[in-house]
Design a protein around this ligand. Structure first.
Ligand code: ADP
Length: 485
């Protein structure tokens, strides 16, 4: 049963290339299923390499005209796209709930977050500027210009179906680039609706194209085609490595937002209520399916028992259900493989001595629903501490001093987000500086917004999204050596 859409034209099942909507050919569409109910939502087009190449050609043809527009003209169009996203926020959220499963209120939050990048980069696009410098010779000037990179390919994940697209498309379009987006197989509908709203906002034909199909086929063309000047990717480290390797032949610019293994540190001097609330916010939102979700919770000796008890109580009160049900706080996991992975992580931890103090298994509702879970007595060698669980499980690990906490927190190849809860300012400063991660939440579990630079170090990625830095990912610096100037 579908919810009623205020604007049914936003429920599209067609890819978008050069202003044309392309439905699946008869017999060739891939069924898209609702993760909550298993119900079929749509048949999704499966592009061949040639069709992906055609979309790249379209973006290439559109590039010269789009880059030639004054930044302000592009900003006006992007601002209209933002306004339309806000006007149609309920319908966009309905699509997110249908294909991704998160609670409706969370989906509305994602739409606001997604739209904020469009609003932000509409403004930032107008502020792109170069410099003028005196050259050492004294007879010339050095002038720098910033120019759009060209055709960009975006490959996005399913966990934030709207925001992961706008966080890339908004700065790219604001900078004057054109784009081909490959959304995740699980969440193409939100991408189609965003393209529809972009077209209504006046984004010209060919500037923003959406292609769907087998990931390897589409990925091979996006990375191999010399007209694509940049790959911007959010997803697993494993796939990021493949995309970097495949792009080597044509030397593309890359932005990579990859996996994480976020440590969450709770010191003895932390405010326990804030720490519990912070962990609930980062760990159980989107059923734990976020790359910045806390994956390892380190709690200091003096705080451990209190924190564990309070957390188990709060987690036990979370309401699990279909995202359209009233007051639901946790939806299903995305697919059966996700459920199996969460189960395997818990089983491995329990076999090695961890204790389940809340939840621990599949939810009574069946399907892909999973109980919000807390494990105590976890140690660093367990699988749950080494791999991204991407599910609603908080593993609690005990530590005794600051140096041990830092060593444990940094003992991973990832470096995306970290969280720390403490009250002593000296300690906060020391620990925040020592953590090997691109982002640190201090006494908060919510760190993402359009004004802040999002990104990781180590094998969590390359580049930053959002913020005043994000647009640079879509700009090249050109230098003019102007003799006699
Ligand atoms: P997740 O674990 O979040 O599904 P993935 O890295 O598997 O992360 O997927 C993120 C995005 O990368 C999705 O759009 C997916 O279709 C795409 N993808 C996966 N494998 C490839 C590949 N070989 N080439 C190009 N894109 C890929």
């Amino acid at each position: 049963t579908y919810p009623t859409f205020d604007d049914p034209a936003l429920f599209k099942s067609a890819a978008h290339v050069d202003g044309v909507w392309i439905e699946a050919r008869p017999g060739e569409g891939r069924p898209l299923l609702n993760p909550s109910t298993g119900e079929r939502l749509a048949l999704i087009p499966q592009f061949s390499r040639q069709e992906v190449a055609a979309a790249i050609d379209a973006a290439h043809r559109a590039f010269l005209g789009w880059r030639a527009l004054p930044a302000k003209a592009r900003a006006v169009i992007l601002r209209r796209w933002f306004d339309l996203m806000v006007t149609h926020a309920d319908d966009l959220a309905r699509l997110i709930v249908l294909e991704e499963g998160k609670p409706f209120a969370e989906a509305k939050g994602e739409v606001a977050y997604a739209a904020s990048f469009v609003e932000w980069f509409a403004e930032e696009g107008k502020r792109v500027k170069g410099d003028v410098m005196a050259a050492p010779e004294g007879t010339r000037r050095i002038v720098t210009l910033k120019e759009p990179v060209g055709v960009c390919a975006a490959i996005t994940p399913w966990n934030f179906p709207a925001a992961m697209i706008t966080r890339k498309a908004a700065p790219a379009l604001a900078a004057g680039c054109t784009m081909v987006v490959k959304p995740a197989e699980q969440t193409p509908l939100t991408a189609f609706a965003l393209a529809e709203l972009a077209a209504r906002a006046g984004v010209p034909t060919g500037v923003l194209n959406i292609v769907t199909g087998p990931a390897r086929v589409v990925g091979a063309e996006l990375t191999g085609n010399p007209l694509v000047r940049k790959i911007t990717f959010t997803g697993s480290t494993e796939v990021g490595r493949v995309l970097i390797a495949q792009s080597a032949a044509t030397i593309k610019k890359m932005s990579m937002e990859l996996g994480g293994n976020a440590p969450f540190l709770v010191f003895d001097d932390a405010d326990v209520d804030k720490a519990v609330a912070g962990l609930i916010a980062t760990k159980y939102r989107n059923t734990g399916q976020a790359c910045i979700s806390a994956n390892r919770v380190f709690v200091q000796d003096g705080m451990y028992d209190t924190f564990a008890a309070r957390l188990a109580q709060a987690v036990g009160a979370l309401r699990v259900g279909d995202g359209f049900e009233e007051d639901v706080q946790q939806g299903p996991l995305i697919d059966d493989a996700a459920v199996a992975k969460v189960e395997a992580h818990i089983a491995d931890a329990v076999a090695q001595g961890a204790r389940v103090t809340q939840g621990g298994g599949r939810h009574a509702r069946g399907g892909r629903f999973f109980q919000p879970t807390v494990l105590t007595g976890v140690t660093a060698g367990m699988r749950i501490c080494k791999e991204e669980t991407f599910g609603p499980v908080a593993p609690l690990i005990r530590f005794s001093d600051e140096a041990e906490a830092i060593r444990l927190a940094n003992d991973t190849e990832y470096g995306l987000a970290a969280y720390l809860f403490a009250s002593d300012a000296q300690r906060i400063w020391r620990v925040a500086a020592a953590l090997e991660s691109g982002m640190v939440g201090i006494n908060t579990g919510l760190i993402s917004n359009e004004v802040a630079p999002f990104g990781g170090v180590k094998q969590s990625g390359l580049g930053r999204e959002g913020s005043l830095y994000g647009i640079d990912e879509y700009l090249e610096l050109k230098y003019l050596a102007w003799e006699g100037a």
